[in-house]
Design a protein. Sequence first.
Length: 107
Amino acid sequence: MTDDDDRVFKALADPTRRFLLDLLFTREGRTLTELESEVEMTRFGVAKHLKVLEEAGLVVVRRSGREKLHFLNPVPIRLIHDRWIDKYTERHVTALVDLKNALEDET
């Protein structure tokens, strides 16, 4: 497992960070103030969570004047999916589809 995978798993392990990602999924380009207003946490706490997400590559920050806008980067999640989830589920899903087809052929 790579260090990048470790950072992504660590970032996704926390429910607050997952919630922040969900917020950015629904509307990107949010400021720290906007994100802070959605959670019961100090500004410093939200900033720390955003830093972890940024270090994992899950959040990209762009400056707009004096503000920092936060955007979701779904690529690391997709890479985790392809490496750790998809390969384990494909065989099972294929087997279920084959079973479904076999049962339908019998009727």
